[in-house]
Write a protein that binds this ligand. Structure first.
Ligand SMILES: [Zn+2]
Ligand SMILES: [Zn+2]
Length: 948
């Protein structure tokens, strides 16, 4: 199958005779007219009126004449249909000779694209985003003779403007076709604004979350067998209230012959009732619940089934439907998603070769492009693209550029370089295009939407990225920086020189900050970008300078003001939230030395960490006061999070434990539960484990907002439970990559631990660490790691941007993440090998390091500071105090100075520091001579009442 049409000629190629300039306007007098065939197809009619208008506009005159007959004395600009295979459906040829201009293409849409290419390249007009353009005006217009023939490299180039109801979005439609993207619309809009849409060559597409439309839930009473069998019961597809879908419930039974017939008939009907409908997207109802009847299960691939994946069964269904539809409508274009539990490529079936696959890559990272192998988050998506592309079907990215939640709803993200590199990736991996997701400034949004007015701003927030994408989809080999330079110099005019610096710094900070930027992430993560000292002030200064530079130009001033507003609303607000999150929150330590998952909490790491207790009974399940308390400890390292849970029990021989299977009925046994939520899900999606006292595990991923469960979730947990005389001890290890964000960066992870105490005599007592509640992430405890990277295992990466690296490390590669240098004249670097614990340690010579330590605001206890060192001379531990409100440095408190006696052997030291004041603290280690430092740990001195 031919997937790409190569770009043929991308330059004005000179004709064999010397190039001349052809005059269209001289001394404010029009010398030309537009010539079409009589009664041209709507897109050519529209192209003619646009060309006439823009020639007039750039000359400061009314539109030039449009005619289907020759006008003597004027030069013709002829728009015409050709029949030349090499040009393709969307390509065009523009010839400028001494006799006039000819814009020819095989289709009306091709002529329309060619006309806009002419307006752009010869008249100098640019369209920034819907409603705003650049249009140079001059009394003379002379264009260069020559030929330009172009075709788009990518065959799918769509903007999907979400969130808005149907509307007559003329500016948006114009922007799309003027920038030679494809205008795709739905049947309803087409019937309302047929003329406008026809003129712009709109493609009518049907389908989507379509099963519920094709198989009516009204049949449920009479034919329950058409619907999904779930837990032994047939269920409907949706829950309806006030005629609106309030909840998606399931897919119908897709192996039932009557259901298949209804789907085929429905799709055929949509092609028949309006022949303008040319494509149909076959997608599931928006919930990953599938029929469990024997016939449906037979379509599952066993390897997929154990992981909760249904791609094979769904594509078997889609293939059957496609074959039937194509019998009646061989030309019909059918699309299918790769989405939810069918995002993975099928293992047991090959998609029908006629299908265009739309890979929905939500949860991909938009800080890193898809080809960036350093991005662990996108590893999965690289595999998806590679797996799906093997089938040879046209494969299209369904993007999620509308990425952030909360303050982030402004989406003021400089992602144009990410998009440019993505497009290179797509070219390399035979992906045939993309759908860019962005709302339009013209949108009809619900008046009560909490996201107004930011919805209207999203395109303007990302206009550079949308613009660059449209260009590169035609020619991916263009340098995006020159595209950006060209358009931005027109957009910012006299302010571009300084706005360029602003944009470059903003992009640099965005790209260099640690962690990933993923769909539904809190905007707070953007706040981390501004933690580099002075960056915020520098950006504000650039904006102020740009404002001054634009003073004489009201349009440019408005644009700069708007940009400053976006910066304030997303970046500055996020920065404040991020700083606040760093300053609030309870404690976990970094692991030191090996930990065996054996149910024995005897390793030094467990011994030296804080014990947390005070579980609270669950009010709805347990009456009376809690009789049995539980203690918990948490540890981290760079790969895992560890839990040590001790459930005190007077009658351990009586505990009820029956289940031995994975994902079985573990909850009804004596068990513990772990909930983990990360900020990337706004603490709404969380991982959940139940472990009974025989270590049978139930696990799932849960979305608290929608109530969706992902039972396929199966994340490498290890646990060992030991029943002692007075307690049941469970030791657990969970891979940290269950989430993409590190637990101690940005907003912390939140954790809940629960205990289901069940005895054979019927005694039950449920309790939890989070005030008695279970799966309510709002109440989960944030976990505080007072000191970050005390093991020096984490080195600031290639970006060189340590989130707290206020001093700008001299050699970023080997500087410890989260630590700042004193900036003494000495040296500081992370060394590998021969560490006290782990792989790395820090070597200091005539230098000191410090780090802000994070404590709850009302913290008034002693801190225990422990570390290991070797070397000669002294090592001083100091505490720097800052005013909490103003951030002003108050004083340095020497905590203790230790004499180092051994250059080669590690020695351990400890000291306590009483926290009584309300200052912000930084802990510092200063080495006047030379010393190695490792395994620094700071924990609150344990509360005696928790010690057993
Ligand atoms: Zn079924
Ligand atoms: Zn990433």
């Amino acid at each position: 199958m031919l997937k790409f049409i190569p770009v043929i000629v991308a330059l004005w190629a000179a004709l064999p005779f010397p190039a001349e300039a052809l005059e269209l306007v001289r001394d404010s007098k029009l010398l030309c007219y537009i010539l079409t065939e009589p009664d041209p197809p709507p897109p050519i009619r529209f192209a003619a009126s646009e060309l006439a208008a823009y020639i007039g506009k750039t000359a400061g005159l009314p539109p030039c004449p449009v005619s289907d007959r020759e006008i003597r004395g004027l030069l013709p600009l002829r728009l015409r249909l050709l029949n030349e295979k090499s040009i393709g459906d969307e390509g065009y040829r523009i010839s400028v000779t001494g006799k006039g201009v000819e814009i020819g293409a095989n289709t009306g849409t091709g002529v329309l694209y060619g006309t806009f290419a002419f307006i752009e390249k010869q008249l100098g007009v640019r369209w920034f985003y819907p409603g705003e353009e650049y249009c140079p005006v001059s009394g003379t217009l002379a264009i260069q003779e020559g030929v330009l023939q172009e075709k788009p490299f990518f065959t799918t180039r769509t903007i999907q403007h979400t969130h808005s109801a149907r509307g007559r979005y003329l500016e948006t439609w114009n922007w799309i076709v003027r920038n030679r993207m494809q205008l795709v619309t739905d049947k309803g809009s087409y019937s309302l604004w047929r003329k406008e849409l026809e003129e712009r060559g709109a493609v009518v597409s049907a389908g989507g979350h379509t099963l519920v439309e094709l198989v009516s839930d009204r049949l449920f009473e009479k034919h329950p067998e058409y619907f999904a069998l779930v837990n032994g019961k047939r269920i409907r597809q949706v829950e309806i209230k006030d005629r609106r879908v309030v909840k998606w419930l399931s897919q119908p039974c897709l192996t039932h012959p009557e259901v298949q017939k209804m789907v085929v008939d429905g799709i055929c009907k949509s092609f028949e009732t309006d022949p303008k409908t040319t494509q149909y997207l076959i997608g599931n109802n928006d919930v990953p619940v599938w029929c469990e009847c024997p016939d449906c299960r037979k379509d599952d691939n066993p390897d997929e089934k154990v992981r909760g994946i249904v791609t094979t069964r769904f594509y078997k269904f889609i293939n059957r439907v496609a074959a039937e539809v194509h019998k009646k409508h061989p030309e019909a274009k059918l699309l299918a998603w790769a989405y939810q539990s069918y995002q993975d490529a099928p293992l047991g079936v090959k998609p029908d070769p006629s299908l265009e696959i739309r890979l929905c890559d939500h949860y991909r990272c938009y800080r890193h492009d898809l080809g960036d192998t350093s991005c662990s988050r996108n590893e999965r998506f690289r595999k998806l693209y590679s797996d799906w592309s093997r089938f040879g079907n046209p494969l299209v990215e369904r993007g999620y550029q509308e990425t952030l939640l909360d303050t982030g709803s402004y989406f003021y993200l400089p992602i144009e370089s990410v998009m440019a590199r993505d497009i290179q990736y797509f070219k390399k991996h035979s992906v045939s295009g993309l759908v860019y997701l962005v709302t339009t400034p013209e949108g009809n949004f619900p008046k009560d939407s909490p996201y107004l007015p930011m919805l209207r701003e999203r395109w303007r927030c990302q206009w550079q990225s949308v613009y660059v994408t449209a260009r590169l989809l035609w020619n991916p080999d263009q340098d995006y920086r020159s595209v950006l330079e060209e358009i931005s110099s027109r957009y910012y005019g006299p302010a571009w020189k300084v706005m360029k610096k602003y944009r470059e710094l903003l992009t640099e900070l965005y790209l260099a900050a640690p962690g990933h930027i993923v769909y539904l992430q809190p905007g707070t993560d953007i706040g981390r970008c501004l933690s580099k000292k002075g960056s915020k002030e520098q950006l504000l200064q650039y904006l102020a300078d740009a404002g001054k530079a634009a003073a004489g130009d009201p349009a440019v001033s408005r644009r700069i003001d708007r940009e400053a507003e976006y910066f304030r609303l997303l970046w500055l607000a996020a920065s404040e939230k991020y700083q606040a999150a760093l300053n609030s929150t309870v404690s976990a330590a970094w692991r030191n030395g090996e930990i065996a998952i054996d149910g024995n909490l005897n390793e030094p790491s467990w011994q030296n960490t804080t014990v947390t207790g005070n579980f609270v009974r669950n009010a709805s399940h347990t009456k009376g006061a809690l009789t049995k308390q539980t203690h918990a400890r948490v540890l981290f390292d760079s790969d895992f999070i560890y839990f040590g849970i001790e459930a005190f029990e007077d009658a351990p021989e009586k505990i009820l434990v029956a289940e031995t299977k994975r994902d079985g009925n573990v909850f009804n046994d004596n068990s513990i539960e772990i909930f983990l939520a990360d900020p990337a899900s706004v603490y709404r999606r969380f991982a959940h484990w139940i472990i009974n006292s025989k270590d049978a595990v139930y696990d799932e991923f849960y979305d608290a907002a929608s109530g969706k469960k992902d039972p396929g979730f199966n994340f490498g947990i290890e646990s060992k439970t030991v029943v002692l005389k007075d307690r049941i001890v469970t030791e657990v290890r969970i891979p940290r990559k269950v989430f993409s964000t590190a637990p101690y960066m940005d907003a912390p992870w939140r954790i809940n631990l629960c205990r289901n105490r069940r005895l054979k005599d019927g005694t039950q007592e449920l309790s939890s660490w989070s005030d008695g509640s279970y799966g309510n992430p709002e109440t989960f405890n944030p976990v505080l790691i007072i000191l970050k990277n005390g093991s020096f295992e984490e080195v600031s990466g290639a970006s060189g941007n340590s989130p707290e690296g206020e001093d700008g490390p001299k050699n970023p590669k080997d500087q410890p993440l989260f630590w700042s240098r004193e900036n003494r004249p000495g040296e500081c670097g992370v060394m590998k090998g021969d560490a006290f614990a782990g792989e790395r340690f820090l070597r200091l010579r005539k230098e000191g390091i410090h780090q802000k330590i994070i404590l709850p605001e009302d913290f008034s206890r002693d801190l225990s500071i422990r570390f290991s060192a070797r070397g000669s001379g002294k090592i001083a531990v100091n505490m720097y105090l800052y005013d909490r409100k103003t951030g002003k440095f108050k004083k340095s408190v020497p905590v203790q100075s230790f004499e180092l006696r051994n250059k080669t052997e590690w020695e351990s030291f400890s000291v306590n520091y009483p926290v009584r004041g309300t200052e912000t603290l930084r802990i510092a280690f200063v080495v006047p001579g030379e010393a190695d430092l490792d395994d620094i740990r700071i924990l609150p001195v344990e509360r005696a009442d928790l010690l057993n």
